[in-house]
Design a protein around this ligand. Sequence first.
Ligand code: GAR
Length: 212
Amino acid sequence: MKNIVILISGRGSNMQALLTADANYRIAAVISNRADAGGLAFAQAHGIPTAVVAHRDHPDRDSFDAALAQVVDSFQPDFVILAGFMRILTSYFVMHYQGRLINIHPSLLPSYTGLHTHARALQDGVKIHGCTVHFVTPDLDHGPIIIQAAIPVLADDTEHTLSARVLHEEHRVFPQAVRWLCAGQIELSKDGKVVNRSRNQAGLALISPALE
Ligand code: GAR
């Protein structure tokens, strides 16, 4: 069984989804850059080792990332999973885990990289929004895409309602992506493409608003 280490910064609902999903992986540790991350208690309550590497204790990104990599590596992960980890990682860190580091992002990348994705989608009036799981590369939020979920944006959506529906999909696609990874069904090819040996068919079309 493959070992994964999960990095979080906050409530950790995606980490919880990974912990409660049907798993072909073992969660070796949950690590946070913030001691007050809500998800740490949930992990501890489930007997998962936790650690905190506080970014505030480091003068710059290089020293934080070096310390973080040291702690991550002490758990000997096959894969490192960013589940709401809200620090930008240096190329050093990303290249150290090349092909073994994935992230979940709350938008249909490459649209809405960065922060406040739901508010910006609402502001733009897009009719379809969603989430993306991707391999991490040094180019922030632009790594090769593993899986996406798309949902309709409703006329009366607020940032709160839209983010809740996207999060619901995050909790479905993220465990799937990690399972594929741990089963060796997906990998990052040398030319930076995602090879998926598992499923090669499309899901259903999402038309929003619906046709009458
Ligand atoms: C999730 O929506 C995740 O996609 C997002 O932070 C939230 C964390 O929630 N990640 C990013 O924005 C990364 N750029 P969680 O702590 O409940 O999983």
